[in-house]
Design a protein around this ligand. Structure first.
Ligand code: AKG
Length: 264
């Protein structure tokens, strides 16, 4: 399974301009190449333009869902389409969307953990359901959004539901890059799965972002690592036998002592 991550910079508040950027990048980097899954970052259609989000965001997932469906079919790739802001009634959600290479939406997830440091709860509504798994090419996967990475419960729940791969789409600040890297490696090791992230690069509103999009294997090793500052494509190959091997050799899921864990 070949992965291509678009570590992109984002035009603030301009959905159309960002669609055009992704289209141009797909043309240059994915067309005719051996790529199975493309991964985009968090809030890639608008960036964190929170005060104006209600005016610039999608409505009921459009036009971005149709855009993702169109490019998935055009290039014959699965799109882990990052997340984007969408107005639904009175609410604005930070919504992840996964579209398969036939152009079918296979999964959507609204970010459940809103970020106090960004005052996200004043502008966004938290999702009402924890993440579930979805399948691409018969492999169970999950997706979480940025701050969700700090909550091991979510990744563990996905692993318990059978996820062998977990995507993290993010706009993670450079100031906490060491957390970004350590938490991804921890989630990969403790759940014995691949963790694949797409983080934005560049700066907005006084924050510089980490970049450093990663592919981490179930042993916690970095299969691929993006730079901090550059827009770039990060690629890597997944060997799912590694997941099976680690789960067999270090059987943590069988060793869990569930009746002693408190449901905090
Ligand atoms: O948890 C962090 O340090 C960053 C979280 C964040 O920026 C986000 O969820 O968008």
């Amino acid at each position: 399974m070949q992965i291509a991550i678009y570590q992109m910079d984002i035009v603030p508040g301009d959905v159309k301009a960002n669609h055009e950027r992704v289209s141009a990048w797909m043309d240059e980097n994915v067309k005719g190449k051996d790529v199975d899954i493309v991964v985009l970052p968090e809030m890639w259609t608008t960036a964190y333009t929170l005060p104006e989000l209600k005016d610039v965001a999608d409505v009921n997932g459009e036009p971005t869902t149709s855009f993702l469906q169109h490019i998935a079919k055009k290039y014959g790739v699965h799109m882990v389409g990052g997340s984007f802001a969408t107005v639904v009634g009175e609410d604005v959600f930070n919504r992840a969307c996964v579209v398969n290479n036939q152009g079918e939406v296979v999964y959507t997830y609204d970010k459940i953990h809103l970020v106090p440091m960004l005052d996200e709860p004043s502008y966004l509504t938290g999702g009402r359901e924890a993440g579930q798994t979805f399948e691409l090419d018969g492999v169970k996967m999950g997706i979480i959004i940025c701050y969700d990475l700090r909550f091991p419960e979510l990744a563990r729940q996905l692993a318990l539901e059978g996820a062998e791969v977990m995507f993290v789409v993010a706009e993670w600040p450079l100031a906490r890059r060491n957390h970004w890297m350590a938490l991804q490696r921890a989630r990969a090791i403790e759940n014995q799965m691949y963790v694949i992230s797409s983080d934005r690069c560049g700066s907005y509103d006084g924050t510089t972002f980490s970049g450093t999009s990663l592919i981490v294997d179930p042993n916690g090793e970095l299969v691929a690592e993006g730079s901090i500052e550059q827009e770039e494509m990060i690629t890597g190959t997944l060997d799912l036998e590694e997941v099976h091997k680690w789960r067999k050799n270090v059987p943590v899921f069988d060793s869990r002592v569930k009746h002693l864990y408190k449901d905090l």
